[in-house]
Design a protein around this ligand. Sequence first.
Ligand code: S3P
Length: 438
Amino acid sequence: MKKHILSPGGELNGELRVVSDKSITHRALLLAALAQGESEITHPLLGDDLQSTIAALRFCGVLINEEEGRLYVHSDGVLHIPDNGVVNCGNSGTLMRIFCGVAVGANIAYRLIGDDSLMQRPMRRVAWPLCEMGAKVEVESSGKPPIVLEKHQGLRGIRHNLKTASAQVKSALLLAGLRAEGETTVEEPLPSRDHTELMLKSFGVVPKRDGALVSVQGGTPLNATGIKVPADISSAAFFMVGAAMTPGSDLTLTNVGINPTRFGAVEIIRRMGADVDVINVREYGNELVADIRVCGSELHGIDIEADLVPSAIDDFPALLIAAAAAIGKTTLSGATELRNKESDRIGAMVEGLLALGVECEERKDGIVVRGAGDKKNVFSGGKVQSRGDHRIAMAFSIAALRAADEIVVENCDNVSTSFPGFAAMAREVGLRIAVEED
Ligand code: S3P
């Protein structure tokens, strides 16, 4: 198993285009599979999660070729899967949940499984509304995978009220809704990422938006198209935090997706006092991209409440490192959903922060961190368990910039699910990182 060995200190300087967006690449592949003809995906992320998606779609008869970093997806718009086939979603919750909606729309009988982490994640939230639409979807009595699908007699549109903001569930319902009779409407408690809605427009389908409601009309066909994938703001988040909390840093992250439903991390570090410039804002298909320049400055503790959680949902491991490097107390609340990610991210962050000498307290729905930003070194050295979670591993790697001693992050194999090449890129801009195999 890989571990990250980090020598303390350093600064982050220069220019970096981090890897492409995971959410957008997943959607580009899945929507291209539902469209008739050949779609071209430029700058896809080719991390392990996407390899799972590519394998799942090939299993359903979709032709996918990679040429010079682009993906060409050729489909007749219909998924063909051997009856009772098994699709392994690896570590990817996005694939398992969204693919569930896609496959229900295709009316195929199959079983979805995943790795140890994914087999522990809640799936009833997607299974129940799909059943309400007429699908036959079963999960374990605990609500966990495997997800077992059987053929159904047809789907009908529903109006579903999401209890928790979730772009994965919203996307699954909208994509199933495209193959249902009538209209399917999803109501969100807070806005979750809207990449599916934006990308559907590129494929010729325009979802209707009315405040918290988003609807699609059943029977609308998708037309193959070209999709360009921006750099992933959630991968950029580690570098934004690293530069913001380290005096002397001056780092520009280029071509980063700045979709407002993903922009929470920038808003949060700005509220903490970070020096962040968002420049060269431009359109990139139906998404927005920009270059983000971050310079080191003094950070202050803040209160982060539920309304900011969905737009920064994947960025809290990095943001809690910023909290530890800030002066004073940061309180995160309304974030219970973090316990349902690739690991229990509240538990994993509390454990790691305590191991590095940071004062913090676990709450059911969040965490309180008492930052020691007035000191040069806010983290001691030590050993941290990533719990096999890519974002926990990268967050604690960045902590080394303000550490007194060496940090070792264990179990880093899954970093390649979202950020293949993380260590090499981080080293290029100044992180003192080495990777060792156990
Ligand atoms: C994702 C949505 C979020 C996020 C995940 C990717 C997506 O999950 O945490 O990493 O691509 O739709 P939820 O839908 O569970 O909020």
